[in-house]
Design a protein around this ligand. Structure first.
Ligand SMILES: C[S@@+](CC[C@H](N)C(=O)[O-])C[C@H]1O[C@@H](n2cnc3c(N)ncnc32)[C@H](O)[C@@H]1O
Length: 483
């Protein structure tokens, strides 16, 4: 009998001991709550999304003693007040919000600093941690070549090739954008030049001409990876932040070839093409990115839900003010949409215009105009509804829209929409948590696919590698074939 694939390295939340059970729980939860992720948030008031929430939820969030601030803790860390109702407790516990981070020892090599220069602190942490893992896998699978797919400026490739503890394998930095590939090549030339210099010598770095040949840059496509292997030699692929379908394509390349291993950190779920989208549009879809495995045949996300999966709720509590500001911005945008539809002549079928970012100067000028027009009889004016009128003035100017509501109409809109900010914030928080559910489905689908295609005796791991606050897309996939 074939040796089974070892999937014990796929991290499951507590309470689950099998990938199948977890997949089925995720599927059920998505069928029940997925509507929250599929809604278009700017239509919140126009389409009355609030009424799609169960009555009990509406009453809880509308109550006078419910505070918006508590949503931030709930979505960010899963913390709930003792008085929180059961429905919310069950909802929050459904989602594996807190992908844990593994902390490896800080890289202490002197030489690493040459290769980390120019990277953001976030990228430095990611590259340091991921390169150690990839080099370990390359050694364990005796790989002679590692291809970094979607290498961009080559940050990961260079650390993989030159940091101590490297596997000695040849590195191929592959990016289909020739500007990226050329940029990476130039970057490397600059660093190598410095490595030949006096500062590197003083740091104890011994230059050796073979070092220059360790990385090959190419702007070829992914298909090149699986081809051209030398019989008897082991190759592997890796990737950091391979966007959307590129991650699915990397996993497929591994599944359909005899590559020895793959190590991959995906990102940008909103760039995933679903199988359902291809068939619905009768389009030929060469590489649908979801589902890949046999676990989720009936799950359909759509663009809004995939966007929800890109949220970073663990960051919220670290930027309390910014999160409250984002709640308010969403609320104002959705109210402006409501105003435009109810009195501004916009049809519900028309697309709401993209407002874009509004500069402080534009806001300040709008404020002066609104305050200048405020008449003494505006008895209902409060700081909050005046702020909305200022936003409307600035937003419409930002997009060169000629129609303007009066200040009284803005004030009236605020009083018509009861509990508007609270409701919007509650749904935004619930939605961001569904994002964690969608991400979990994508992770399980991809891990299960690797398990289904890794071959007898192989192993699959999927776990959180980076700190989720710094790097919200922190899950790494590792699959190795039996040697
Ligand atoms: C988000 S960037 C990540 C860059 C790099 N790995 C990093 O972390 O800094 C994704 C890169 O993938 C490249 N890319 C997208 N599709 C590709 C494909 N089919 N084949 C090769 N590269 C691709 C893009 O040009 C881009 O440089």
């Amino acid at each position: 009998m074939d040796q089974p694939v070892d999937t014990s390295g796929i991290t499951l939340p507590s309470g689950f001991d099998s990938l199948d059970k977890y997949a089925s729980e995720l599927d059920n939860a998505y069928q029940q709550y997925g509507y929250l992720a599929r809604m278009h948030i700017v239509d919140f008031f126009v389409s009355d999304h609030w009424s799609s929430l169960p009555q009990e939820w509406q009453e809880y969030f509308d109550a006078d003693d419910f505070e918006i601030a508590s949503l931030i803790n709930m979505a960010s860390t899963g913390t709930l007040k003792a008085t929180c109702p059961d429905f919310l407790r069950t909802y929050v516990n459904k989602f594996d919000l807190h992908s844990k981070s593994s902390q490896t020892e800080e890289e202490k090599q002197q030489i690493l600093k040459y290769f980390l220069e120019g990277m953001s602190p976030k990228k430095q942490a990611e590259v340091t941690e991921l390169s150690q893992l990839i080099n370990d896998v390359a050694k364990a699978s005796s790989c002679q070549r590692i291809t970094d797919v979607g290498a961009g400026q080559g940050y990961l490739t260079r650390v993989l090739a030159y940091a101590s503890g490297n596997s000695g394998a040849e590195l191929l930095a592959l990016d289909h954008d020739w500007k990226q590939a050329r940029g990476a090549e130039k970057y490397q030339e600059r660093i190598l030049k410095r490595l030949k210099g006096p500062r590197a010598r003083a740091d104890g770095y011994q230059w050796d001409d073979t070092l220059a040949k360790r990385i090959v840059h190419d702007h070829g496509a992914l298909e090149a990876v699986a081809k051209g292997g030398i019989p008897g030699s082991n190759y592997m692929v890796c990737g950091l932040h391979a966007c959307g379908d590129l991650s699915s394509a990397v996993l497929k390349t591994f599944a359909e070839s005899d590559l020895a291993a793959v190590v991959l950190v995906p990102c940008c779920y909103n760039h995933i093409t679903e199988n359902s989208m291809c068939t619905a549009r009768f389009e030929h879809c060469a590489q649908p990115g979801f589902p890949l495995s046999t676990k989720f045949p009936n799950v359909v996300f759509g663009t809004n839900a995939l966007k929800a999966a890109c949220q970073a709720a663990p960051r919220w509590e670290h930027d309390f003010e910014g999160t409250m500001e984002a709640f308010k911005r969403n609320y104002f945008r959705a109210m402006l949409h409501y105003l435009m539809v109810s009195i501004g002549g916009l049809s519900t079928d028309d697309k709401f215009p993209v407002i874009g970012s509004i500069t402080n100067t534009l806001m300040e000028n709008a404020r002066q105009r609104i305050v200048g027009r405020l008449d003494d009889n505006a008895v209902d004016a409060t700081d909050d509804n005046i702020e909305f009128a200022v936003y409307v003035e600035a937003a419409l100017e930002n997009i060169n829209y000629t129609w303007r509501p009066t200040i009284a109409q803005c004030i009236d809109c605020c009083s018509q929409i009861r509990h508007g900010l609270k409701r919007m914030a509650a749904v935004w928080a619930l939605r961001s948590m569904i994002g964690a559910l969608i991400e979990s489905i994508l992770v399980v689908d991809r891990a299960a696919y690797l398990g289904e295609n890794c071959g007898a005796g192989g192993s699959v791991r999927a776990f959180a590698l980076f700190d989720p606050v710094t790097s919200p897309r922190n899950v790494v996939f590792v699959a190795q074939r039996k040697k």
